[in-house]
Ligand binder design. Structure first.
Ligand code: IMP
Ligand code: MG
Length: 179
């Protein structure tokens, strides 16, 4: 892909993300209180930083698993067609499951993943999304917990990429093209 030059303007600081993750983890811990082992499912690849911070604040026994779904046709536009590129390693029937997603945008990815996982009959299934762009929604779905609602901007950092770049930024920033 030809690369247009861009800069990244900070939108959510690392400190604000950490504070929010702590609150979310407290609510998740309270919700699943008594669960003998929560299955935390990270959606690859964008959630890998968030899930790492989140699980360390969850005060319950957890198991971590990953699922990779692909919806993006190109770097910035959803293809609406969701494919499972990597499935879970473990069984979730009868288990308590928390799906961790980076961004809910059109909603196609989460809708597809939640339907797939529900078909496996977990005891409970909830979703924690770091970011939500409600103005972009095309499929009516909402995460149980959302870190931050953001406007319709293309964001990167804290695990989230633009054409596989910028995942290692410690904060969330918005992409601004300079040409
Ligand atoms: P949806 O299926 O349209 O909801 O797309 C969700 C997925 O698209 C997210 O898990 C991200 O991987 C990706 N995505 C959506 N918005 C952005 C963005 O602003 N930056 C980078 N990736 C995004
Ligand atoms: Mg994603």
């Amino acid at each position: 892909m030809p690369h247009r030059a861009y800069v990244i303007d900070q939108m959510i600081s690392a400190k604000a993300i950490a504070a929010r993750a702590e609150v979310l983890a407290r609510e998740i811990t309270a919700h699943f209180k008594g669960c003998d082992k929560l299955v935390v499912v990270g959606l690859l690849r964008g959630s890998f930083v968030f899930i790492a911070d989140l699980v360390r604040e969850i005060d319950l026994p957890v198991e971590v698993d990953f699922l990779e779904a692909s919806s993006y046709g190109d770097a910035m536009h959803s293809s609406r067609e969701v494919r499972i590129l990597k499935d879970l390693r473990g069984e979730i029937a009868g288990r308590d499951v928390l799906v961790v997603e980076d961004i809910v945008d059109t909603g196609f990815t989460l809708h597809h993943v939640v339907n797939l996982l529900r078909s496996r009959e977990p005891a409970r299934l909830e979703v924690c999304a770091l970011l939500d762009k409600p103005s972009r929604r095309e499929v009516p779905i909402k995460a149980t917990w959302t870190g931050f609602e953001i406007p319709d901007e293309f964001v990167v950092g804290y695990g989230i990429d633009f054409a596989q770049r910028n995942r290692n930024l410690p904060y969330i920033g918005k992409v601004r093209f300079t040409e």
